[in-house]
Ligand binder design. Structure first.
Ligand code: BGC
Length: 476
């Protein structure tokens, strides 16, 4: 590191100690994770919800039909029309994106459902205006923890990703959604309520039969996989065949809410305390895109205010003091700065924060982004390794989506390296050799995945497997 004074080097070393998760710790976290996955499936339950989703088969690639998908993630609202064509594993998609207005995220329930119904209505009018439509089947990707007694039902357990809309937690969201679209006479019937992770797994399995797990590393963080009903004690009372598959939406963002094992720093503690749901989503708050920029910001403010070496000495850091002013794309840009003298990072700080870091400070900033990004990637590998170990998957593909996975530099390689350490793989013989378990870019889970799950549900009803179907009339 070029010309960094000794005091600042010591600060950097301190940060390295704080944010580095070594192999032994990764292994401990993974073992604890495995037991927590099982606990979530038990009658008593645990921190990780392990929600049965009533998506009960993998696709074959031969599914066909036209479906609508509504994707309500953390940042945008998307409406899609998906045609699963006669060609194996092929689909066509048209879609429109609508930005989720920030104030909606903390507004009230009626405004939310009105907005959702407006977007759907606009989409139908611009693509099918004037047509005499039969009701279209819709897969609704609602990417928050929901208890599902049926596939067309979902009680919101709690908001995540900074949402805080009153009157929805503890309620079944389907009738609220249906009432809003009925009011507008939009010709749609909800066939399946799905989570983005389940959608990701199913969409990826449509084109790749080695896919076993779906993950999202985006605004939030979570995974889904296929369990056998016989291994889900909390469903035992339903007497489903033991070998019947059931997709489980883990909601692993809630891993270690009781703070037993994750190496939390004082910055993680502040993030939690100041969030709309303190005590929730402990794992997610160390990994997901919503929080990475905030962790970074908190460290810098602390170094400026409280440490022996005051960084940005004599400069006005008011802009940096504003919570959530930096998102994870800011960290991505710092990590991507190609110049030896980190001049792009300097420009970023000047433009966004009106701060002019000196050269040693730039070195610290770069190292800090690497540490935060690496910690996120390594911790997420523990979740993947835990599911693979629980299911005895020695080799498989894992489909991953989300802004952090797709855009954060080195996230994939860092995750792959951590998996190698946790699972004790021998060194690769050549660069071409595949890892036994590979985390790959997924197909569009919230769109194509939602359509596929709707198609699989219709097929299941036709075949007479009515487990987890609340309104059979919605499937005709
Ligand atoms: C939600 C999950 C979702 C994940 C990724 C989390 O905050 O609880 O349901 O899958 O974000 O979008």
């Amino acid at each position: 590191m070029a010309d960094v004074p000794k005091d600042l080097l010591l600060e950097i070393k301190g940060l390295e100690e704080l944010f580095t998760v070594d192999t032994a710790k990764l292994k401990d976290i993974t073992e604890h994770f495995i037991s927590e996955l099982a606990k979530g499936l038990s009658v008593e339950g645990g921190s990780i919800p392990m929600n049965p989703t009533w998506c009960m088969s993998m696709p074959t690639g031969d599914e066909t039909g036209t479906f609508l998908a509504l994707d309500m993630g953390g940042t945008n609202l998307r409406v899609c029309e998906i045609i699963l064509t006669d060609q194996k594993s092929e689909f066509d998609i048209i879609q429109s994106k609508y930005r989720m207005p920030e104030e909606l995220k903390t507004g009230d329930a009626d405004e939310l459902w009105e907005y959702v119904a407006d977007c759907l209505q606009q989409f139908i009018e611009s693509h099918h205006g004037g047509e005499d439509l039969e009701k279209l089947c819709l897969g609704f990707t609602f990417s928050y923890p929901a208890t599902q007694d049926y596939i067309d039902h979902g009680v919101l357990q709690r908001w995540t990703k900074g949402f805080d809309i009153s009157g929805v937690e503890g309620e079944n969201v389907v009738p609220m959604f249906e009432a809003a679209i009925a009011k507008r006479g939009v010709p749609i019937k909800l066939t399946a309520l799905i989570n983005d992770t389940t959608g990701t797994m199913i969409a990826s399995a449509y084109t790749d039969t080695k896919m076993k797990i779906g993950c999202i590393f985006g605004t939030g963080c979570n995974a889904a996989y296929m369990e056998d009903c016989g291994s889900i004690p909390k469903l035992a009372h339903l007497n489903l065949p033991a070998d019947m598959p059931m997709a489980i939406n883990c909601e692993w963002g809630a891993f270690d809410n009781e703070h037993k094992i994750l190496p939390r720093t004082k910055y993680d503690i502040v993030i939690d305390k100041d969030s709309p749901r303190p005590g929730q989503q402990a794992f997610e708050k160390m990994i997901a895109g919503l929080y990475l920029g905030e962790i970074f910001r908190l460290v810098l403010v602390d170094l400026h205010d409280n440490h022996k070496v005051h960084i940005f000495e004599g400069q006005n850091i008011d802009k940096l003091r504003k919570a959530y002013t930096l998102d994870s794309s800011f960290l991505s840009l710092v990590e991507e700065d190609p110049f030896e003298n980190l001049s792009e990072t300097g420009d970023l700080f000047q433009n966004k924060l009106s701060i002019v870091p000196n050269r040693p400070e730039l070195e610290l900033i770069r190292r800090l982004t690497e540490l935060i990004g690496t910690r996120a990637a390594r911790l997420s590998a523990c979740g993947v390794a835990a599911i693979a170990k629980k299911k005895n998957y020695e080799s498989c593909h894992v489909g991953a989506d989300g802004s952090v996975f797709n855009k954060y530099p080195h996230f994939k390689q860092r995750g792959a390296q951590a998996l190698r350490e946790i699972l004790d793989w021998a060194p690769k013989k050549s660069a071409k050799e595949e890892d036994p378990i590979e985390i790959l870019a997924a197909e569009d889970g919230s769109g194509v995945g939602a359509a596929l799950i709707a198609a699989l549900t219709l097929k299941r009803v036709q075949d007479g497997n009515m487990a987890g179907i609340l309104h059979p009339e919605n499937f005709r």
